[in-house]
Design a protein around this ligand. Structure first.
Ligand SMILES: [Zn+2]
Ligand SMILES: [Zn+2]
Length: 257
């Protein structure tokens, strides 16, 4: 049983063939999918999709790209209300993204802190998007740290030292299809950490793994990610998948939903 812990299945990219995509993922053995939000409308769609399918769960979030200008207080209030919906298992995606030159660091950091506080007030894990911003992301997590802070680094892109730092403060590393790209650092990270700290995702429609690189990604392809992890760890696909499923159920407390 495979898990896609981060897939934008509710995005318009899948409007024309969502049912087919779900059929294909089920046929490939993907039996658990988490659909994250990036703002209020997309978070609402995640919640709606999760209500439709028993094996889909939702995250409510505010992506750093949507926080590049200052965000009104009402938005945070609206997100907090949405996050109380059934099957919302985390706050995400939230975080920092300094990749594009027009980013507004202050606005992103403020939104990130506000959303961490929403997660804290609802006792939910957080799903972090971090791109080219490890120093500030880890600093803010340390500053906002509390006893029940936990979550996942989605599309983990750091090195082994950063991986260990994240694990130390209560985070799991979610491994995307970039693991299959030639110059990926992820095989080294996967060798260096415990399998308890690893999750799998597609981030579809983005980041399709080899042999579909450059095409639209879909949840069925999480099989390529899980297979690559099993090969690196020299275990069977079945063992890797079961272990990752257990990690996902624990982190997102799925047994109680
Ligand atoms: Zn992201
Ligand atoms: Zn995403």
């Amino acid at each position: 049983m495979l898990v896609d812990t981060h897939c934008h299945l509710s995005f318009p990219d899948f409007d024309s063939d969502r049912k087919e995509i779900i059929k294909r993922m089920t046929a490939e053995g993907v039996r658990l999918l988490i659909d994250p939000g990036i703002d209020v409308p997309s978070s609402r769609k995640s919640v709606e999709l999760a209500a439709e399918y028993e094996f889909i769960y939702a995250n409510v979030g505010l992506h750093p790209h949507e926080a590049s200008a200052s965000v009104a207080d009402e938005i945070f209030a609206e997100l907090e209300i949405l996050a109380r919906s059934p099957k919302v298992v985390a706050i995400g995606e939230i975080g920092l993204d300094y990749h594009y030159p027009d980013h507004n660091k202050t606005a992103q950091q403020n939104a990130f802190r506000q959303m961490l506080r929403v997660a804290r007030s609802l006792d939910l894990p957080v799903v972090i998007h971090c791109r080219d911003a490890w120093e500030d992301t880890l600093r803010i997590l340390y500053e906002e740290r509390h006893s029940s802070l936990r979550g996942m680094m989605h599309c983990f892109s750091g090195d082994t030292a950063i991986a260990k730092e994240c694990i130390k403060i209560g985070f799991k590393l979610s491994i995307p299809g970039t693991l299959t790209y030639k110059r990926s650092l992820l095989p080294e990270v996967i060798r260096a950490v415990s399998l308890d700290d690893i999750l799998t995702e597609t981030d579809a429609p983005y980041l399709a793994p080899v042999p579909f690189r450059g095409k639209r990604n879909e949840p069925a392809y999480v099989r390529f990610v899980t297979t690559a992890i099993a090969e690196i760890r020299e275990i069977t696909l079945h063992n890797a998948a079961e272990h990752i499923l257990k990690n996902s159920i624990e982190l997102f407390r799925l047994a109680s939903h």
